[in-house]
Design a protein around this ligand. Structure first.
Ligand SMILES: [Fe+2]
Length: 363
């Protein structure tokens, strides 16, 4: 048995925001834009958006202090800043962080009595403000997923999702906005997309539809990630990466991520390794562990990428961090209890988890 549900309207292509203003207008008269300090100003996306919003007569406020890896306290500060204001919809403009923040804010502004912690109990809410997602990186796929990953007050990354209301209503994907990503951001976001596609493809939750998207996404990334790293200005390769990222997002909207993500989270929150790099550091293990259960799928991945570790090396991934004993123990315990294990193929024993962390550890 399987089913498919992904309710986001996707508009893809150069100038897609401007060319589809009426769709944006349909979301309401007043928007709250969540974005970061710099990149949406530098890549032209914020200018485009503001111009279109004034053309259609939609009011807006801009909160531009969303940082990488948004925390509970960031979400609280958005809510307190706009305690008196009311908005018809929320726009997340930027990478995964503004889009994930938009999902949290959309739920909490619609349900003012709830606290950030309540996002994790879906029995507490059935509605959210409409969300419009405009990605400016090619990796998270957050524009087409119900997931939002926030860092809790203890410093751990924790994802929440609602099966319906946290999906963006609208996603605008304009590849021009991804052109001026730095090389390291291009790599880490591209690898995040690759992890979504491969993890979802090998997941016990994979479906015939998610597999179609996953295969296409893996093929696009294998061909285009090396290209955009070498020639960052090539719009066609950038567009292919943006499509791959969106497809991979649609994959995990059905399958969710697997244990590579759980393994990577502490490297990001405690060691400042970018999310995609942190996750990809464990991707080869996901593939090797799946070989007994789904050999033909592993065969497909290797036929497209070659050996995963060789591909990662080729695109320049190199993750090494100091980890002390106390951290190691705590992280292993977290991963052992991660829900991701239920649908990750193979057997991620305590010994294997420890070995994988030892591999990225500087001694
Ligand atoms: Fe991810």
């Amino acid at each position: 048995m399987w089913y498919y549900f992904m309710p986001t309207k996707i508009y893809f292509g150069e100038k897609c925001v401007e060319q589809n203003k009426d769709v944006l207008k349909s979301l309401g008269k007043k928007a709250l834009i969540l974005t970061g300090k710099r990149s949406s100003k530098e890549n032209g996306s914020l200018d485009d958006l503001l111009r279109v919003l004034s053309q259609i007569g939609t009011d807006y406020e801009i909160f531009d202090e969303v940082e990488e890896n948004p925390t509970f306290s960031l979400i609280r500060s958005v809510l307190s800043e706009y305690k008196e204001a009311s908005f018809d919809f929320i726009i997340g403009l930027g990478g995964g962080s503004p889009m994930d923040s938009a999902k949290a804010v959309a739920v909490l502004m619609k349900n003012r009595e709830l606290k950030v912690e309540d996002l994790y109990d879906v029995s507490k809410y059935t509605e959210a403000l409409p969300i419009c997602a405009i990605p400016t990186t090619a990796g998270t796929g957050s524009e087409v997923t119900q997931y939002s990953v926030l860092t809790d007050d203890q410093g751990f990354k924790r994802g929440f999702s609602h099966p319906v209301v946290t999906f963006p209503k609208l996603a605008f994907l304009d590849p021009r906005y991804t052109l001026n990503m730095s090389q390291s951001l291009t790599r880490s976001t591209g690898l995040d997309a690759l992890c979504h596609a491969v993890e979802g493809f090998l997941s016990r939750r994979a479906t015939p539809i998610s597999d179609l998207y996953a295969k296409k996404s893996i093929e696009l990334i294998a061909e285009n990630l090396p290209k955009v790293l070498q020639k960052p200005d090539e719009l066609e390769a950038r567009a292919n990466m943006l499509l791959a990222s969106c497809l991979a997002g649609m994959v995990i909207s059905q399958t969710s991520t697997t244990v590579a993500h759980a393994l990577g989270y502490p490297l990001t929150t405690f060691k400042n390794i970018r999310h995609g790099d942190a996750t990809a550091a464990f991707l080869d293990a996901i593939v090797e562990q799946a070989v007994l259960e789904v050999p033909e799928k592993v065969g497909f991945v290797k036929s497209v990428l070659g050996e995963v570790s060789a591909f990662l090396k080729r695109v320049g991934l190199d993750v090494k961090v100091p980890i002390n004993e106390e951290e190691l123990e705590l992280w292993i315990a977290r991963v052992k209890n991660a829900p991701h294990l239920q649908w990750t193929r193979g057997s991620f024993t305590e010994d294997l988890i420890k070995y994988l962390y030892e591999r990225v550890r500087i001694h």
